[in-house]
Design a protein around this ligand. Structure first.
Ligand SMILES: Nc1ncnc2c1ncn2[C@@H]1O[C@H](COP(=O)(O)OP(=O)(O)OP(=O)(O)O)[C@@H](O)[C@H]1O
Length: 381
């Protein structure tokens, strides 16, 4: 399979261990996002791939060709790696027009003039900035400049495009627009994209795969859906999701393929656990949108009181007080108004609950088929 393979990459800066035994495969055509909090090593990983940083240990191959071999002290120069990089600071040349900025890479390659014109215009059209081709960067907004930088990167039709927080300087509306543009571009050009961000929404909306980093460790690589539905540990669960996921302390016991979780919300039966799951202290994780609230008495539901109601336009965030006096956050689509202190009935569908070992923080796996079996779809609280 062709792609970019990192094996046991270790990188140090002044005795600080920055990348720790990094193993990652980026398949041809992937939109792979490197996601994690500030300082976790995302940019360093990108720089190792491009050759702007040399790791002390490990091997990097691009389409089977060795680019880095730490043990042999071999590092292929960046220009020989066939990559194209767009940084957060998109640095356009101020004295050149948009057209010339985008054409630059092609003109130094001695591409014929007519071909340059056709390619530049096509890249500008793709980024929907053809109307600005004769302007100078100072005559463009930040978002338009960012589009020029991306047009400049795609005009040479790179097989692999690396983007480091390319949308970080844009306002919320433009970010949303550019996410859609990048996703469309990926589909159209079939380029492999490696994208660095600390914005989980950006990662979830655009990527085919996400690699989550914490403190130089690669913690989880998976599809956006699996990362969202089954974060492998409490750190990832805490990082993914907006508003944040709820954590509820519980005691779990394994019995006949199910985990029974006792928490301040009552008893929840969670099928699909393997016998290795064991018993002990656990943490249940539930997204706010998976908490169901009803003012009618519901069988098996827990009775909780409304702590606060926060309308947010198309959705309403509701805080509920648990028996143990902790707060649980629920998200409901649409407008809803409950008086503070009102008692409501709360249900959590068992297949939406992830269980984590409290000591190790690791997800206790459950098989999805049994977790979603219709007769057990609703857990009992
Ligand atoms: N040239 C350098 N010299 C020394 N330390 C560095 C250097 N570059 C990065 N670091 C350190 O390495 C760690 C990882 O940095 P990196 O830029 O890869 O993080 P990141 O995940 O991309 O963070 P951010 O989202 O803030 O850009 C940080 O602690 C950073 O301070």
């Amino acid at each position: 399979m062709s792609g970019i393979q990192l094996r046991k990459i270790n990188k140090y800066f002044d005795n600080n261990h920055i990348l720790k035994d990094l193993d990652l495969f980026i398949e041809d055509g992937d939109f792979m996002t490197l996601l994690g909090p500030s300082g976790c090593g995302k940019t360093t990983t990108l720089r190792v791939i491009t050759g702007l940083e040399n790791p002390e240990e490990g091997v990097l191959t691009i389409n089977g060709k060795e680019m880095v071999n730490g043990a042999k002290g071999y590092y292929a120069p960046p220009s020989k790696r066939g990559l194209n990089l767009v940084f957060q600071s998109y640095a356009l040349w101020p004295h050149m027009t948009v057209f010339d900025n985008v054409a630059f890479g092609l003109s130094i390659n001695k591409t014929p003039k007519a071909e340059i014109r056709a390619k530049v215009e096509s890249a500008l059209e793709k980024m929907r900035i053809i109307q600005y081709k004769d302007r100078y960067p100072s005559e463009l907004s930040g978002g338009q400049q960012q589009r020029v930088a991306i047009a400049r990167a795609i005009v040479t039709e790179p097989k692999i495009l690396l983007l480091d927080e390319p949308l970080s300087n844009l306002d919320a509306k433009l970010r949303l627009e550019m996410r859609a543009e990048l996703k469309r571009l990926h589909r159209e050009l079939k380029t492999t994209i490696i994208y660095v961000t600390h914005d989980q929404v950006e990662a979830l909306t655009m990527s085919t795969k996400i690699a989550v980093f914490f403190e130089g460790h690669l913690v989880q690589v998976d599809t956006p859906r699996n990362i969202y539905r089954h974060p492998v540990d409490l750190r990832v669960a805490d990082f993914i999701g907006n508003p944040k996921i709820n954590f509820i302390d519980a005691d779990v016991a394994y019995l006949n393929g199910s985990l029974t979780a006792e928490s301040e919300l009552g008893t929840l039966v969670l099928p699909g656990a393997s016998s290795g799951a064991g018993s002990g202290k656990a943490v249940l994780a539930v997204y706010p949108e998976d908490i169901l609230i009803s003012s009618e008495k519901t069988e098996g539901a827990a009775m909780l009181s409304i702590y606060s109601v926060m309308p947010a336009g198309s959705e309403t965030l509701i805080q509920l007080t648990t028996r143990g006096d902790n707060l649980l956050l629920a998200k409901v689509i649409g407008e809803l108004d409950y008086p503070v202190g009102k008692m409501v009935w709360v249900t959590i569908p068992q297949e939406k609950v992830n269980v984590y070992d409290k000591e190790t923080g690791r997800l206790i796996p459950r098989t999805e088929e049994s977790a979603a079996s219709p007769e057990l779809k609703r857990g009992i609280i």
